[in-house]
Design a binder for this molecule. Sequence first.
Ligand SMILES: *[C@@H]1O[C@H](CO)[C@@H](O)[C@H](O)[C@H]1NC(C)=O
Ligand SMILES: *[C@@H]1O[C@H](CO)[C@@H](O)[C@H](O)[C@H]1NC(C)=O
Ligand SMILES: *[C@@H]1O[C@H](CO)[C@@H](O)[C@H](O)[C@H]1NC(C)=O
Ligand SMILES: *[C@@H]1O[C@H](CO)[C@@H](O)[C@H](O)[C@H]1NC(C)=O
Length: 215
Amino acid sequence: MESQDTSRSFLHRCRTSPDRMGVSVLVTLLIGVWCAQALEMSVGKVGVIEALNGSTVLMPCVYSSCIGIKNLYFSWSYNRTEPLCEGLIPMEGIDPHVVILNERVEFVGSSKTSNISIIFKNITFEDAGDYICFGKNPKEKGRNHSATLTLIVVDELREVDNTLTVIIMSVVGGVIGFIVLAMVIKSLVLHILGKVQEKKLSCQESETEKAKSAL
Ligand SMILES: *[C@@H]1O[C@H](CO)[C@@H](O)[C@H](O)[C@H]1NC(C)=O
Ligand SMILES: *[C@@H]1O[C@H](CO)[C@@H](O)[C@H](O)[C@H]1NC(C)=O
Ligand SMILES: *[C@@H]1O[C@H](CO)[C@@H](O)[C@H](O)[C@H]1NC(C)=O
Ligand SMILES: *[C@@H]1O[C@H](CO)[C@@H](O)[C@H](O)[C@H]1NC(C)=O
């Protein structure tokens, strides 16, 4: 009897432990889901850069990973087709070995700040488009992550637009000023005319008075 009881309780224990295992599997899964974006590439909140043709732009990109990195591969490409630069970061805090694939690109990032930004020199109108900051952490079985930065190239014409605005504003201001001046002059003239008429009237009155008294 005793032994049967212990075996039953043993069985019972055996039956509960898979439940506990289930719970731990669930917790692991939850952490997995929470950590799904294990590696994240970020180019900032806006994701759009406006630059003057001929200028040099900083293309920012930082990475973050909640499970850490090892041999993180990263690259920058233009419109997903033209490679600009790529590199490998062996470990957190260790500066990457970078390969530059475009003579106008310079790597300015630092592993100390998880920064893999580049600067792109001598921007022309043909450079407008999407720049992809790509990352792949072998710790995540080669899952791809990327962030896109859109470059808009503008001409100095915008400043001409500004002077046009200034011209329009001064014309509008001038017209308003002129109208105000005209109104002031008009009321002044009316005032003076009124005074003159008053005088004339009083003169006429006094003359009629004189005529009356003469009669
Ligand atoms: C920008 O483009 C305009 C028009 O194409 C050109 O006249 C100007 O010289 C360019 N500016 C620079 C700095 O290249
Ligand atoms: C960028 O333009 C400047 C001046 O036009 C020139 O001296 C320089 O060599 C150019 N740099 C590159 C990488 O094309
Ligand atoms: C990344 O590094 C560059 C160059 O040092 C710097 O200008 C930029 O602000 C850095 N970006 C971030 C997000 O730290
Ligand atoms: C990840 O990117 C590489 C290019 O670096 C590509 O060959 C591969 O198909 C991509 N994998 C996935 C799952 O998107």
